[in-house]
Structures are given as structure tokens and as C-alpha cells.
Design a protein around this ligand. Structure first.
Ligand code: 2AM
Ligand code: CA
Ligand code: CA
Ligand code: CA
Length: 266
């Protein structure tokens, strides 16, 4: 029998310990490198935090498997067993430039089904937690189910790069969405943008290319609250693949998909 209480207890303890190390790093010079392009950053703290989590998981749960952004278990292509999907620092550009607005994201799945999701806003010391089927919580307080909203009253989380050009949705459709909505915001940390939709600070979040560690926890959080997480074409996300991501309450998801993202009748 899997001791889920033990897993949850450890994760909370590790998040606190990781926080200490990350806050301490603000007093030291970061080692910053680039990955796929000059704006895709990774620091020694991203790597240290991942290593800290991975070493602890392997020590206490040697049969579990791990997928981490900074190199652990990326070759996993089967969903069986217990899998931890980890982003040690989500929002690295914010971490480097702002020393805030970044999170540790951990999704734990068993045989492809979500069990726990943790999105930890490190600087604010705020934990968004979901236990699938048992509820979603913000710092221990239950989060109410998502309410239906309309585009005209909605705040949409969208990165400005969508408006420049993209290969998924005609830019004109996006102009219409931006014009028709109340406002747009761009936080720059995908997991926190899921958490903001979960708590009603955003009504929708649209991302061009996210990887499993960006959405593994957030997807569980949103779905627990009755929201919908798909690609911008309305397709189911694959837990082990990168894709576009579109997050919202059910009513707004339907309105945007039908009126703005449906390109079949263009
Ligand atoms: P990261 O900071 O962990 O890399 C920034 O808009 C958001 O998109 C962050 O959550 C960032 O995660 C994520 N992201 C995913 N792929 C990215 C990439 N190739 N370059 C920069 N950010 C990326
Ligand atoms: Ca990254
Ligand atoms: Ca990320
Ligand atoms: Ca990251």
C-alpha cells in the first residue's frame, strides 16, 4: 500500500527546506546559463533545487520515477507506477530579474492518474495544493469551485509573444480576444498562472508551448475545481509531451474555443 500521507508530509517539509536555500541564494551571485535560446535561462539554483528534491525522493521512495525539467528521467515514456513531475523553479526569468513570481511545481501521478499537485510560491510562502477527489487548497483553506465567466468580463493570462506571431491561432483571432476581454495579464510563471485561474485572479490562461513539468500540478488543481485544461485546439493534454495549453472555467473555455480558437470555419 502506498503511504500517501507520508509522501505529502515529506513534500511539504522539502518545500520549506528548498525555500530556505532559494531565499539564501538572493545574497549570492547566481550562475546563469542559457538553454534553447538567449531568453531561456537556467541557474545553479534551478539545478540545486531539482537535485535536492530528486535525492530525497530516491532515498525515501526508491521505486518511484521522476521527470524533472533539469535533466532527471526525461526519457520516461510510460505512465505506469508512481511518477513525480517536477519543475524546481518555474519562472526562472522572474527568479533572476525580479526575485519573486516563481514557484516550485510538483505533480504526483499513479498509473497516469493524478494524485497530488503542489504549486509553491516560494517568496510569498503560499502553497496551492490539490489532492485529486478530496479538494484544492490555498494555504490549507479550501478553494471554491470555479465560477462561470464571460469574455467581456474576463482577465486573460496571455504572453505577448502570441500577438507577434504563432503557428496555432490566426493573430487576428487573438486581437479580437484581447479587444473583447476586460484585460490581459502576463505573469511569466506557468504554474502560478494555473494557480491564479484556480483562485479567480485570472479567468483564463493561454500558453504557446508548455512541458509536462509546467502543467502537471496545475492541471490537477484546475480540474479538481471543475475547470478545463486542453490544448488551444481543445484536445486532451498528454502528460509526457509538450503542447499549447488553454486553461479556464468551463463556460469561458467553451466561449473562447468556439468564437476565437475555432479556425475550421475561417
Ligand atoms: P521556466 O521558467 O521553468 O522555464 C514563461 O512564460 C513560462 O513559460 C515559465 O513558466 C517558463 O518555465 C515556461 N516555459 C516553457 N518553455 C519555455 C522556454 N523554452 N523558454 C522560456 N520559458 C519557457
Ligand atoms: Ca526552463
Ligand atoms: Ca516551467
Ligand atoms: Ca523551470
Amino acid at each position: 500500500m502506498t503511504d500517501w500521507i507520508k509522501i505529502d508530509t515529506y513534500v511539504r517539509q522539502w518545500l520549506k527546506e528548498a525555500r530556505e536555500n532559494i531565499l539564501d541564494s538572493f545574497n549570492h551571485t547566481l550562475n546563469i546559463q542559457t538553454k534553447s535560446d538567449r531568453n531561456d535561462l537556467v541557474t545553479n539554483i534551478d539545478k540545486e533545487t531539482e537535485l535536492f528534491l530528486v535525492n530525497n525522493i530516491m532515498k525515501h521512495f526508491p521505486n518511484h520515477r521522476i521527470v524533472g525539467e533539469e535533466g532527471h528521467g526525461k526519457d520516461i515514456n510510460q505512465e505506469d507506477g508512481i511518477i513525480w513531475i517536477i519543475d524546481p523553479i518555474d519562472g526562472t526569468v522572474n527568479f533572476v530579474h525580479q526575485q519573486r513570481n516563481f514557484a516550485i511545481s510538483i505533480g504526483i501521478y499513479e498509473n497516469g492518474r493524478g494524485k497530488f499537485g503542489y504549486i509553491y510560491d516560494v517568496v510569498q510562502d503560499e502553497l496551492y495544493f490539490v489532492e485529486v477527489g478530496k479538494g484544492a487548497f490555498f494555504n490549507g483553506q479550501p478553494i471554491p469551485l470555479l465560477e462561470a465567466t464571460k469574455v467581456e468580463n474576463a482577465i486573460i493570462g496571455i504572453n505577448s509573444s502570441w500577438i507577434i506571431s504563432n503557428r496555432h491561432i490566426p493573430v487576428g483571432n487573438l486581437h479580437n480576444l484581447v479587444r473583447d476581454s476586460r484585460a490581459t495579464r502576463s505573469l511569466g510563471a506557468a504554474s502560478l498562472e494555473f494557480a491564479y485561474v484556480a483562485t479567480g485572479r485570472l479567468d483564463a490562461y493561454i500558453a504557446m508551448r508548455l512541458s509536462p513539468w509546467d502543467f502537471a500540478a496545475g492541471k490537477l488543481l484546475i480540474e479538481e475545481l471543475g475547470g478545463v485544461v486542453t490544448t488551444v485546439k481543445g484536445e486532451t493534454l498528454n502528460l509526457l509531451e509538450s503542447s499549447t495549453v488553454f486553461v479556464s472555467n468551463k463556460a469561458l473555455h467553451n466561449e473562447i474555443l468556439t468564437n476565437y480558437f475555432n479556425t475550421s470555419n475561417d
